[in-house]
Design a protein around this ligand. Structure first.
Ligand SMILES: [Zn+2]
Ligand SMILES: [Zn+2]
Length: 351
């Protein structure tokens, strides 16, 4: 008889996920089973539960599947032929699949691989269960000092923000500046990445006083309370009359996009990361877009981004703040996350 475990799963499209049972996975040749130490919850999980089935099927996702795509854990079982890892090794898991051989993968853009639309926690079983199957050791990141319980959020929230910061780095000049709009999960990591990688003056913008205090604690030099029609002018005031070298919008609604673009200085970068469905417009006035600037869209992180972020955290150069929940309380954890009641990432520890 197949052994079963508790799992939080999408069982039917556009229905609330449920805490149910799923078979404990066994590793095939080249595969590994990870015992989940902690799984970070992400806003996109909630989006998935509302997604039309036709869209999910177009992506190649099959219900039921277990949610959870921010996983840290320990190797529990090794399939035939697996080398380089042993039982008990602490690892973080890269959620998206990637083939390793297409032209994107060959170019280090595994985040753009056709296979990456399917990943553990979206389309196949993820980390909201005690055990999770990993299809190749290419998808594992060994941990040295970092507690696997808190490593999961680094692979998604941490690495996605790192991808955006790294991409804008060449635009951040000596004596430079950066604006982070939305200082929650991804934005808080972006502030830490900017501190670790640049000497930029960092301005954090958020509607929550608590998150702004957290942003200052992480290294933001100035904070602005929410986005309003004066935000770009306020940014330029702080920066002595010029726009910022880089602006990261982790919200992505009309007002943050407009004020974010207007806050971007000449030759600057505007990174649209938040999926708030706002409109990106070139604007009526010539100054709505930065002269010789660069606008780029959300992309998921690469394996290399994840390796970098894990290395930074392993060396104690960025920190992970987490609020822990049991698998029985997973629905409550999502509610608290959606209501903005958490300071750190919600991390579920399966039992
Ligand atoms: Zn996510
Ligand atoms: Zn590929």
């Amino acid at each position: 008889m197949t052994e079963m475990m508790k799992a939080y799963r999408i069982v039917e499209w556009q229905q609330q996920p449920i805490l149910t049972e799923a078979p404990v996975p066994t590793p095939g040749p080249g595969q590994v089973v990870v015992e989940v130490a902690g799984n970070g919850l992400c806003h996109s999980d909630v989006g998935m539960t509302q997604m039309p089935g036709s869209f999910g099927e177009m992506l190649g996702w099959k219900v039921p599947f277990t949610l959870g795509h921010e996983v840290g854990g320990r190797i529990a079982a090794l399939g035939k032929g697996v080398t380089g890892f042993k039982e008990g090794d602490p690892v973080a898991v890269i959620s998206p699949r990637s083939c390793g051989s297409c032209r994107f993968c060959a170019n280090g853009e595994d985040n753009n691989c056709d296979d990456s639309v399917v990943g553990r926690g979206y389309g196949i079983d993820g980390g909201l269960a005690k055990y999770m199957l990993v299809h190749s050791t290419r998808e594992l990141v060994p941990l040295r000092n970092l507690d696997p319980k808190i490593a999961g959020p680094l692979t998604d929230a941490g690495a996605t923000s790192f991808h955006a910061v790294k991409r804008a780095l060449k635009r951040i000049r000596p004596g430079g500046s950066a604006v982070v709009i939305g200082a929650g999960g991804l934005g808080a990591y972006a502030i830490q990445h900017l501190v670790a990688l640049t000497s930029a003056r960092i301005i954090a913008v958020d509607t929550s006083g608590e998150r702004l205090a957290y942003a200052s604690e992480l290294g933001a030099h100035d904070v602005l309370d929410g986005v309003n029609p004066e935000t770009a002018a306020d940014v330029r005031n702080i920066l002595g009359g010029t726009g910022a070298d880089a602006v990261f919008d982790f919200v992505g609604i009309d007002s943050t996009i407009e004020q974010g673009l207007r806050s971007t200085g000449k030759g600057g970068a505007f990174a649209l990361v938040g999926a708030g469905q706002g409109a990106l417009r070139s604007g009526t006035w010539f100054d709505a877009l930065p002269k010789d600037g660069e606008v780029f869209c959300f992309q998921a992180p690469t394996i290399a981004d994840t390796l970098d972020v894990i290395a930074l955290a392993d060396a104690g150069r960025i920190r992970v703040d987490a609020d822990f929940f049991s698998l029985d309380d997973v629905a409550l954890a999502y509610e608290k996350m959606e209501r903005g009641e958490l300071r750190g990432r919600a991390v579920v520890i399966p039992d």
